[in-house]
Design a protein around this ligand. Structure first.
Ligand code: SF4
Length: 227
C-alpha cells in the first residue's frame, strides 16, 4: 500500500513541471502601471469565478479609472457593482474591493501597505471582511513579492493524488507542507503555484485526469496504484 513517504519530493515535482511547462509568468496582470492593484483586486474578484470573467470585470474598472484605489475608495457602490458585473456576486464583491481600497488608502497607499512584514500584513488582510487565507496569500505573494505559499483547490487535489497529503488536510497544513519542502523564495512559490494550476487544468482535472500525458505520471501514487 502506498504511504505518504512514497510520494515524490516537491522539488522533484517542481522540476518535472517546469521542464514540461516552462515559466508561467504569473500573476496574469493586465497592465504594468497598476500591477499591484490588479493583483489585489483580482484576488478578490476571482473568488468563485473563472479568471476570464475577472478580465471582463477589469475592463469595467479600467474604463472608470478605478484601478486607481483612491478613486475606487470614493466611488458609488452601485456603479462599482455594475462595472464588475461579469465577475459574479457583484454586489458583495463591490463592497469588498471598495473596502480594500479604503484600507489601502488609509495606510498611505497600496505600495506603502505592501512594504510591511509578512505576519502583520497577513493578519491585517485576514481581518478584512471577505478576505480569507487564499486571497490574502495571493496578495502577499503576487503583489508584495513576499515568500508565502498560496494554497488553492488545485494544490489540494494534486498533492492528495500524488500521495503527499491527506485529501482533508487544512489550508495551514498544506501551506506548511509546501513551505517546508521548497526553497523559501517568492519566485519559487510563485512559479510552483502557477505550474500546479497549469497541471490541474491540462492534466489533473477533477474528473477523468489525463494521466498518460501528465509530466508527473511516473511519480504519482494515484497513477501507480491504478497501473
Ligand atoms: S498522474 Fe494523473 S492523478 Fe497523478 S498528478 Fe498526473 S494527472 Fe494527476
Amino acid at each position: 500500500m502506498a504511504r505518504a513517504s512514497d510520494a515524490p519530493p516537491l522539488p522533484r515535482v517542481y522540476r518535472l513541471l517546469f521542464k514540461r511547462f516552462g515559466s508561467q509568468h504569473w500573476w496574469p496582470a493586465l497592465s504594468k502601471r497598476y500591477r499591484r492593484e490588479e493583483v489585489c483586486l483580482g484576488a478578490i474578484l476571482t473568488q468563485n469565478t473563472a479568471w476570464t470573467n475577472v478580465e471582463k470585470a477589469f475592463t469595467g474598472l479600467r474604463d472608470a479609472g478605478w484601478l486607481d484605489l483612491r478613486r475606487l475608495a470614493s466611488a458609488p457602490l452601485q456603479d462599482i457593482a455594475r462595472a464588475i458585473r461579469p465577475a459574479g456576486y457583484f454586489n458583495q464583491k463591490a463592497l469588498r474591493i471598495r473596502a480594500f481600497a479604503h484600507y489601502a488608502e488609509s495606510h498611505g497607499g497600496l505600495r506603502r501597505l505592501l512594504t510591511q512584514e509578512i505576519a502583520p500584513l497577513r493578519a491585517e488582510l485576514l481581518a478584512l471582511k471577505g478576505i480569507g487565507p487564499e486571497t490574502a496569500d495571493s496578495m502577499i505573494l503576487y503583489a508584495a513579492d513576499l515568500p508565502v505559499f498560496v494554497v488553492d483547490a488545485y494544490t489540494r487535489r494534486i498533492l492528495a493524488r500524488l500521495g503527499a497529503t491527506a485529501p482533508d488536510a487544512s489550508y495551514a497544513e498544506l501551506q506548511d507542507f509546501c513551505t517546508s519542502r521548497l526553497p523559501r523564495a517568492a519566485a519559487i512559490f510563485n512559479e510552483f503555484h502557477a505550474l500546479l494550476v497549469r497541471l490541474a487544468k491540462e492534466h489533473c482535472t477533477k474528473r477523468r485526469p489525463r494521466c498518460e500525458s501528465c509530466p508527473l505520471t511516473r511519480a504519482c501514487l494515484k497513477r501507480l496504484a491504478a497501473a
